[in-house]
Write a protein that binds this ligand. Structure first.
Ligand code: HAM
Length: 433
């Protein structure tokens, strides 16, 4: 059978019109991460399934029903990574990075979850994630929040709300869990089927339910925050004091529990109202037990991940401006046998002479008119015209494509280089006659 093969549901192509905005977002985030001294780590997209089961938790939605898991040709169970924290911890342990040292790391790349696709929720999506190892205090939790706030400022993203909570330590969670299950059992009639199922497996997640019929029962449920021991309480208070000191606005949401099991103490989410149900743009928290759980020495850790699809969706209005910023500065039009032969060499010479120049050279021939049309479509600011006459005189004709009031001029190669340098440097409309 023939026919067009389509992409896998929930997995998107990012087309050339969209990539400049993605690149701008990624570049801004990388700049902020570097400004705080974070270093990049790259780990594989595929890991052993066991890594995710042991870190994210076997009774979480992600591991229970959302992983792309397969058996490879050796009979090993492998999974496409649904998130980046587990792989990052594995890599640090495997390479001995955590021995007595602290590390501030970041990564970017695709993650995979077999969720029901909808706006803002995909089966392949992209995160920029951050993980810090070896720093126990709330100062670094607060630094992560400040770093996020700077990311939003530099991206020009407005209206993100910060919600924070603390999940305390294991012992407090055990005591809270027992009381919570007893309370919810007493109100079992008011729970939906999904929550009843979770009573056995992951009762804390019931608190996260968005079902309005359960709101009243959940509002009366025991609150984890009331079970904290002194140290966890002091950590949370220290974290809040640092945010207050820095003037960062936040809301304590006692029902913020997160969907991955490895968290303890600080958790947080940055949320927007502009993306419907999928409003969490960035989420994270502390996971002091995970390194030990994966076979390392006890090591405090904290991190977060930004969902790039959601950030890009919020900045959609900038798509054209971002594309214009990445468009070629110039397009080289060559008409006639001699000019066509000389064009590739000339284009190389111009790129050598003008660092940073984005120059698209016409390939595939075509009439003057057809080439100019391509030049225009490329988004270039100027067309450089090379005809027989220009070739013979060692000159180029400059035609401004976006500024109708700038006259066309024929200039020497040196003048063309000066003009291109000024264009690359972003100095207005150099050489306009
Ligand atoms: P997460 O909350 O599962 O946390 O994901 C972080 C962010 O990734 C979400 O807030 C959202 O923006 C984006 N995201 C998640 N799933 C999807 C999806 N199906 N489609 C589009 N975007 C999505 C983690 O992954 C943790 N590893 C974060 C972390 C790092 N915690 C500590 N360190």
């Amino acid at each position: 059978m023939s026919g067009l093969i389509q992409s896998v549901r929930g997995m998107n192509d990012v087309l050339p019109e969209e990539t400049p905005l993605w690149q701008a977002v990624e570049g801004t985030l990388r700049g902020v991460l570097e400004a705080y001294g974070y270093r990049e780590i790259r780990t594989p997209v595929v890991e052993r399934t066991e890594l995710f089961a042991r870190s994210i938790g076997v009774v979480t939605d992600i591991v229970e029903k959302e992983m792309y898991t397969f058996t490879d040709r050796n009979g090993d169970s492998l999974s496409l990574r649904p998130e980046g924290t587990a792989g990052c911890v594995r890599a640090c342990l495997e390479h001995g990075l955590l021995r007595g040292q602290s590390h501030r790391l970041w990564y970017a790349g695709p993650m995979f979850r077999h969720e029901r696709p909808q706006k803002g929720r995909y089966r392949q999506f992209h995160q920029v994630g951050v993980e810090v190892f070896g720093i126990p205090g709330p100062d670094v939790d607060a630094e992560l929040i400040l770093m996020c706030a700077r990311m939003w400022r530099e991206l020009g993203l407005e209206g993100l709300r910060l919600e924070i909570n603390t999940l305390g330590d294991a012992e407090a969670r055990r005591r809270h869990r027992a009381d919570l299950v007893a309370y919810l059992r007493a109100h079992e009639d008011a729970l939906d089927a999904d929550s009843r199922r979770r009573l056995e497996t992951n009762p804390l997640r019931i608190l996260d339910s968005k079902n309005p019929d359960m709101a009243a029962v959940l509002a009366g449920a025991p609150r984890l925050i009331d079970y904290l021991d002194g140290e966890a309480r002091a950590h949370f208070e220290g974290f809040r004091a640092l945010l207050d000191e820095a003037g960062v606005a936040y809301e304590v949401n006692p029902r913020l529990v997160r969907g991955l099991d490895y968290y303890n103490r600080t958790v947080f989410e940055w949320v927007t109202d502009r993306l419907g149900a999928q409003g969490t743009v960035c989420a994270g928290g502390r996971y002091d037990g995970l390194v030990e759980q994966l076979g390392g020495r006890p090591t405090p850790a904290v991190g977060f991940a930004v969902g790039l699809e959601r950030v890009v969706a919020l900045l959609e209005g900038r798509r054209e401006a971002a594309a214009a910023e990445r468009a070629p500065h110039a397009y080289l039009v060559a008409v006639g046998e001699g000019p066509e032969r000389a064009a590739l060499g000339l284009a190389e010479a111009l790129r050598d002479a003008v660092p940073g120049l984005r120059l698209a050279a016409n390939c595939g021939g075509g009439s003057f008119k057809a080439q100019l049309k391509r030049a225009d479509r490329s988004g270039a600011r100027v067309a450089l015209l090379l005809g027989e006459e220009e070739l013979a005189g060692g000159r180029l004709t400059v035609k401004w494509l976006r500024e109708p009031d700038h006259a066309q001029r024929t200039v020497t190669r040196e003048e063309a280089v000066a003009l291109l340098r000024a264009l690359v440097a972003g100095r207005g409309s150099p050489g306009a006659a």
